[in-house]
Design a binder for this molecule. Sequence first.
Ligand SMILES: O=C(CO)[C@@H](O)[C@H](O)[C@H](O)[C@H](O)COP(=O)(O)O
Ligand SMILES: [Zn+2]
Length: 187
Amino acid sequence: MSFESALQRHMQTFNRLPEIQADVQALADQVAATFAAGGKLLFMGNGGSAADSQHLAAEFVVRYKAERRALPAIALTVDSSILTAHSNDYSFDSVFTRQIEALCRPDDLVIGLSTSGNSANVISAIEAAQQIGAICWAWTGESGGKLDSIADHLIKAPSTETARIQEAHIFIGHWLCEEMDRLLGSA
Ligand SMILES: O=C(CO)[C@@H](O)[C@H](O)[C@H](O)[C@H](O)COP(=O)(O)O
Ligand SMILES: [Zn+2]
């Protein structure tokens, strides 16, 4: 694909983001309520979405722009000992589920990122978190995939192309940080 085509597809996706603005605002409201109630965020995903998970968890724990208190967020994608031991001894399909069982509490909010909406390890972990009673959001592409009928709430980036969906996801994640700074920042 030419640079011009990739940019055009990126712009088309971003021009459609207002279609999901209400969903993103609903997510921000639930994240703010989760922090206010003493809950935490748990992120997970594969490949580029694993990178997005740790990127966003860091924004909350450390800082985005404003000076504010540290906010509790964990990426389930970062502990190489857990990831390798679980995948080696059990299965990669339950690598996030096991961590959900260990770390997730009923007042937490879980965000599973999957551009296809079909990653087995994300689906399994969301089902486990629902059993615990946590609110579960899936960030997907416009089809929603299997997660469409499983997650409690969805952010469906308006594209069918993995890269464009990931670009929309990180924009949404940054805006979420922006909104938490506005609500919780002191600067
Ligand atoms: O970053 C990319 C492609 O842009 C890849 O690493 C991509 O994230 C991986 O193929 C993932 O395994 C795709 O999983 P998912 O988004 O369908 O859940
Ligand atoms: Zn990528």
